[in-house]
Design a binder for this molecule. Structure first.
Ligand SMILES: [Cu+2]
Length: 414
C-alpha cells in the first residue's frame, strides 16, 4: 500500500512538472487587449487622446509607421488613480509585433519616463518598425506609475511580408554594429539550457528517493535524521559549490569579453514642453447630464458662452477616444477607426452659429452603440458616476477650439 501511494505521489509530481512546463510554452494569439474592460472612468477622466493619426494602414516588415497626435492630461484626474508624475509613453500592441524605434513628447525624445502636469496638453509621436506579419490593433498608451496602463484609441494595422526578413541593426557606443534581433541568441539559449539541465539534475537526484508520504511518516516517527544520507550531503555541497563557481567564472568571462558596459538608463524627464492651445474664448457650463440606458444616449444640457470674435458651432464630443460628430459642422478627414467614430452621433437642439458675446442653453445628445460596445455606460454603476470629455467648436474660418467638460452623470432606465 505504501509503495503504491509513493508511486502515485511521484507520478503526480512529474505530471505537475510537465503541466507547468507545458503552460510556459503555451502562448495563444491575443487578438485584443481588453481595452474595453478597462474601467470607463479611467478612459474618460485621465488621458484624453485627440487629433490622432496612424500614418499607415498597411506596412511591410522592416518598414516604419508613426502614431502621432495630442493628449490632454485631464484636470479632474480621479483621486483613486496616482497622478502621472512618472509616466511612460508607450503603444498597446499584442506583443513585439512592432518595435518602438523612438517616441517623442513635445518634440523631445522620451526613451524613459516623463513627468506630466494635470490640465496640460502635449503633442506626441511614436515611431514603430514592423516586425511580425498579421493584423494588429495598435493603440496609443500611457503607462502611469501607480495608475497602470492607460490605453488610448486603437486602429487595425496590417503588417505584410515575412518575419525572418526582420532586422534591427544598432551601432553600439564602442562602434560595433549588431543586429539586436539575433544578437548573441545562441548564448541566451546556451545559458537557459544549461541552468534548466542543472535544475533537472537536482530534481532528478531527489525524486529517485521516497517522496512526501514516507518522509512524512519518517519525520512523525522521529526518524527524520535517517532521511538524509552522507551521499545526499556531499551531492548538496557539490551542487552549491558548482553553482557558485559557475556564476563566478561566467561573470569573470563576461567582464573580460565586454569591458565597457553601461546600465539601462532610467531617470525621470521633467518640464516637458506642453502644446499651446489657442486662447480659450468659449466657456461651457454643464447644467445637467443624464445617460438613457435603453437609448444608448447621453444627454447634456449645456450653457455655451462665446467670448471670442467669431461665431462658433459645436462639432464634436470626444470621450475615451469615441468621437461623436455633428456632420453639418465637422466631418472627420483623418481616417479615424470606424468603431470609434459616430459620424452622426451628435445632435444639438440649436446648433446655429453662436455669435460673439452671445450665450445659449442647448440640449446636446451623444448617441451611438459605442456607449455599450466600448462599455463606457458602465460608468453609471460607479460609486462616483462622473463623465468627462472634450467638446470641439468650429468657428467661421474652420478653426477648432477644445473645451473640457466634467460633471456627474445620472442614469435613467426608462
Ligand atoms: Cu486593441
Amino acid at each position: 500500500m505504501k509503495i503504491i501511494k509513493d508511486k502515485v505521489a511521484k507520478l503526480s509530481f512529474v505530471a505537475l512538472l510537465i503541466t507547468i512546463t507545458a503552460a510556459m510554452f503555451y502562448t495563444p494569439t491575443a487578438s485584443a487587449h481588453g481595452e474595453k474592460s478597462q474601467a470607463a472612468f479611467m478612459r474618460m477622466r485621465t488621458i484624453h487622446w485627440f487629433d490622432l493619426n496612424w500614418s499607415k494602414e498597411e506596412v511591410p516588415v522592416n518598414d516604419t509607421m508613426t502614431i502621432s497626435g495630442k493628449f490632454y492630461v485631464f484636470q479632474g484626474w480621479p483621486e483613486t488613480v496616482d497622478k502621472p508624475e512618472v509616466a511612460f509613453l508607450n503603444v498597446g500592441i499584442p506583443g513585439a509585433v512592432f518595435i518602438r524605434q523612438g517616441s517623442w513628447i513635445g518634440g523631445q525624445l522620451v526613451p524613459r519616463s516623463a513627468s506630466l502636469e494635470l490640465g496640460e496638453t502635449y503633442e506626441f509621436k511614436v515611431l514603430l518598425k514592423a516586425r511580425r506579419p498579421g493584423d494588429w490593433h495598435v493603440h496609443a498608451m500611457m503607462n502611469v506609475q501607480g495608475g497602470g496602463p492607460i490605453i488610448g484609441p486603437g486602429k487595425w494595422t496590417t503588417i505584410t511580408g515575412s518575419m525572418k526578413d526582420f532586422v534591427n541593426p544598432v551601432t553600439t557606443l564602442t562602434g560595433d554594429t549588431v543586429d539586436l534581433e539575433t544578437y548573441n541568441l545562441s548564448n541566451t539559449y546556451f545559458w537557459h539550457g544549461l541552468w534548466y539541465l542543472i535544475g533537472l539534475a537536482w530534481l532528478g537526484y531527489w525524486i529517485r528517493k521516497p517522496l512526501f508520504i514516507p518522509r512524512s511518516i519518517a519525520v512523525e516517527s522521529g526518524k527524520a535524521a535517517s532521511l538524509i544520507t552522507s551521499t545526499d550531503k556531499k551531492v548538496g555541497i557539490a551542487f552549491t559549490a558548482g553553482t557558485i563557481a559557475l556564476v563566478a567564472w561566467a561573470l569573470a568571462a563576461t567582464n573580460e569579453k565586454f569591458p565597457v558596459t553601461t546600465p539601462l538608463q532610467a531617470g525621470l524627464l521633467r518640464n516637458m514642453k506642453t502644446f499651446e492651445l489657442p486662447a480659450r474664448t468659449i466657456s461651457v457650463k454643464v447644467e445637467d447630464a443624464t445617460y438613457r440606458v435603453p437609448g444608448r444616449a447621453m444627454q447634456m444640457t449645456l450653457t455655451i458662452t462665446n467670448n471670442g470674435d467669431s461665431a462658433v458651432r459645436l462639432g464634436e464630443f470626444n470621450t475615451a477616444g469615441v468621437r461623436f460628430l455633428d456632420p453639418a459642422v465637422y466631418e472627420d478627414q483623418s481616417n479615424y477607426p470606424d468603431d470609434l467614430l459616430a459620424e452622426e452621433g451628435l445632435t444639438v437642439s440649436d446648433n446655429s452659429p453662436l455669435k460673439p458675446g452671445q450665450s445659449r442653453t442647448v440640449q446636446v445628445t451623444a448617441s451611438d452603440a459605442a456607449w455599450e460596445v466600448y462599455r463606457l455606460a458602465d460608468l453609471i454603476y460607479d460609486p462616483d458616476s462622473r463623465f468627462a470629455g472634450l467638446l470641439f467648436f468650429s468657428d467661421e474660418s474652420g478653426n477648432r477650439q477644445m473645451v473640457t467638460v466634467d460633471a456627474p452623470l445620472i442614469p435613467t432606465f426608462i
